[in-house]
Ligand binder design. Structure first.
Ligand code: T3D
Length: 269
C-alpha cells in the first residue's frame, strides 16, 4: 500500500532497487520533494556496490506527468502583468542533474512505465537504459502545448531513438503515443500486458543484475561515444575497451563458464 506522505518509495530485492514515484494524486508529477528524493536515492544507489540494477516506476495509474505545474515555487503567476519565473534555473538545477545521473548510472536503469508518461516524465523514462511499458501506458511530449520544448534530455534523446521525422511529429504535435506505437517506432524496448509489467520487470532486472556490470556500463559509453565519432573512431574505441575488459576476471569467468556449461559468477572486476 502506497504511503501518500512519501514522494518516493524504495524497495530492495537482492541486487535490484525499485524506486516508485509516489504522488499518484498528481500522476506522480515532480515537485521539489520528489526531485530531491529521486536524485538522493540515485546518488545513494550509485555508491552501493550491492545494487546491480535500478527500476523506476510510478504508483497508481500514471508513471509521471512531468513537472508539477501547480508547484508554487515554479508555476507561473497567472495574474496579468506578473513577473515571469526563471524556469531555466529549474531545468539546470533539477532536470539536468536527474537526466545525467540516470545517463551515467554505473548499473542498468529500467523504466517500468505503468501508465501515462508526459513531458519530463516521458523523458525521465527515455533516459533509462531499457524502457518496458504496460500496454495501456502512453508517452506524451506535452511541452509544445504549454509553449516549451522537450527537456530532461528530450531534444537529444528523441531524434536518436526514433529518427528526426518521428521525433519532430512527437515533439511538435504533443500527441499521445500509445505503448504499442512507441514499441513499433523504437521509442521504447517493449510493451507487455498490464498485469505482466511487474513480473516482467523483475525478471528483466534480475537478468541484468546477474551480468557483468562493467561490460554493461562500457556498452552504454560506447554507444554514446559512437555518436561523436566516425566508424574508424568507434572501431578504435571498441579495441581499447575490449583490451581492458579482456584482462578482467569477468571475461575469463564468462569464457570458462561457457566451456564448462555452467552459469557464470561475475565479480565486476
Ligand atoms: O515549470 C515548467 O513547466 C518547466 C518544466 C518543464 C518540464 C515539464 O515536464 S513540462 C510538461 C508538464 N506536464 C504536462 O504538461 C502534462 C500535464 N498533464 C496532462 O496533460 C494530463 O494530466 C495527462 C495527459 C498527463 C493525463 O491526463 P488524464 O486525463 O489521464 O488525467 P488528468 O485528469 O489530466 O490528471 C489527473 C490529476 O493529475 C488532475 O488533478 P485533479 O483534477 O484530479 O485534482 C491533474 O490536474 C493532475 N495533474 C496531471 N498532470 C499534472 C497534474 N498536476 C500538476 N502537474 C501536472 N503536470
Amino acid at each position: 500500500m502506497a504511503d501518500d506522505a512519501t514522494p518516493l518509495l524504495s524497495r530492495r530485492d537482492g541486487a535490484v532497487l525499485t524506486l516508485t514515484l509516489n504522488r499518484p494524486q498528481a500522476l506522480n508529477s515532480f515537485d521539489g520533494a520528489l526531485h530531491e528524493a529521486l536524485i538522493g536515492a540515485l546518488k545513494a544507489a550509485a555508491g552501493d556496490a550491492g545494487v546491480r540494477c535500478v527500476v523506476i516506476t510510478g504508483a497508481g495509474r500514471g508513471f509521471c506527468a512531468g513537472q508539477d505545474l501547480s508547484d508554487p515555487a515554479i508555476a507561473p503567476d497567472l495574474t496579468p502583468g506578473a513577473a515571469p519565473k526563471d524556469i531555466g534555473k529549474l531545468i539546470e538545477e533539477r532536470y539536468k542533474p536527474l537526466a545525467l545521473a540516470i545517463h551515467h548510472f554505473p548499473v542498468p536503469v529500467i523504466a517500468a512505465v505503468n501508465g501515462v508518461a508526459a513531458g519530463a516524465g516521458a523523458n525521465l523514462a527515455l533516459n533509462c537504459d531499457i524502457v518496458l511499458a504496460a500496454k495501456s501506458a502512453s508517452f506524451i511530449q506535452a511541452f509544445s502545448k504549454i509553449g516549451l520544448i522537450p527537456d530532461c534530455g528530450g531534444s537529444w534523446l528523441l531524434p536518436r531513438l526514433v529518427g528526426r521525422a518521428n521525433a519532430m511529429a512527437l515533439a511538435l504535435l504533443g500527441e499521445k503515443c500509445s505503448a504499442e506505437e512507441a514499441q513499433r517506432i523504437g521509442l521504447i524496448w517493449r510493451c507487455v500486458a498490464d498485469d505482466a509489467l511487474a513480473t516482467e520487470t523483475q525478471a528483466l532486472a534480475a537478468r541484468l543484475a546477474a551480468l557483468p556490470a562493467k561490460a554493461l556500463a562500457e556498452t552504454r559509453r560506447a554507444f554514446d561515444n559512437a555518436d561523436r565519432m566516425g566508424l574508424d573512431g568507434a572501431l578504435s574505441l571498441e579495441a581499447d575497451v575490449q583490451r581492458r575488459l579482456g584482462m578482467s576476471h569477468d571475461y575469463l569467468e564468462g569464457v570458462s563458464a561457457f566451456f564448462a556449461k555452467r552459469a557464470p559468477v561475475f565479480k565486476d572486476r
